[in-house]
Design a binder for this molecule. Sequence first.
Ligand code: GLY
Ligand code: MN
Ligand code: MN
Length: 435
Amino acid sequence: MDKEFAKRRKNLMRMIGHDGIAILPAASVKIRNRDVEFDYRQDSDFMYVTGFQEPEAVAVLMPGRAHGQYILFCRERDLEMETWNGLRAGQEGAMNDFGADDAFPIGDIDEILPGLLEQRERVFYTMGVHADFDHRLLGWVNQIREKSRGGTHTPHEFISLDHLLHELRLFKTGAEIKHMKRAAKAAIAGHQRAMRACQPGMYEYQIEAELLYEFKKAGCETAYPSIVGGGANGCILHYTDNNQVLQDKDLLLIDAGAEYCGYASDITRTFPVNGEFTEPQLELYELVLDAQLAAINAVQPGNHWNDPHDAAVKVLTRGMVKLGILKGRPAKLIKDGAYRKYYMHRTGHWLGLDVHDVGDYKIEDQWRLFEPGMVLTVEPGIYIPSKSRGVPKRYWNTGIRIEDDVRVTRNGNEVITGALVKEPQDIEALMASAQ
Ligand code: GLY
Ligand code: MN
Ligand code: MN
């Protein structure tokens, strides 16, 4: 991966130019309670550029700088602290193992960074993500401004770094796809294990434990809090309480993804708690599956971002009319957005280091065209809570979503989570094999 990170920095530096300086802070440690910290998660932009996993670090890129273009400020080695909290790379590690041309203790940044800023015209930095660091950076710039009366040079342009960086992040390299496939594999194992374990009478969190077991076993973290919602809970889009008992004859919706080396997978499957779909569940399930397959089919180079959504909405609306859930002409129901009552979210998002990954969806007000290397989710659903007026009662309390991760290829697409069952008979067969 070392070469990969060097290449990313090179690409970014080409965009920044010789009069620019880019500054990226690491994520800070967050306190959970008293002296316990939340699990540390590196900032995705910082991780993409450096591969460095420690907190209290700042990366600086100065294209063309004679004494080194890539400078990393990081913690100093400290034997006592390392005994308590784990190893640190230190400045030597930053240069030897992480490719920095120059490295300084993070405690020296106040003395060193203003001097670096003075040498450049344009500062590339993402404001509004790390509030404390925003203040410090403005402080350094003001410090230079004050000195400028004495003839010091002040950078005169601030440019948001995220726009350039996120355009790079949108297109996944072969190494990134490999990581995403590892994340997908762990997530698939988790979902399969959950399907096999599921029985009426279990708690939702017990199923969550099955997922987490496979994630951890594969060296992964969770990419986002897992949604494990039985029956009506499947209709709550961001349900994460996961504390209810699973009922016989209900469906279970699981939206859970593993993260490998920072890269997310994002999978949803919906299956019967007792292993067999009822007739009304099957009718809705087949409809969502048809919509998902149509949407995946629309992920093609040259198609635009909204084509999969349009395809899903068309199938879902027609199907809901057929099942008596919506009344009217499909074309008009689509135009009026009537489907939104039961399908209220979009059909997907970019996927990468962040589960809702970076990258523009539109360019100059036009939906962006798909290009090879992009990765997105495709995740249509139908959600019918109880007492949905005008909807046949047999469909109440049913939430269904089917979500896969799809890579745009030169000739079409590859469903990187495609190994996980989603045809109803395949789900039933998998669940039956565990009995
Ligand atoms: N798991 C978050 C999402 O599906 O967008
Ligand atoms: Mn998703
Ligand atoms: Mn999801």
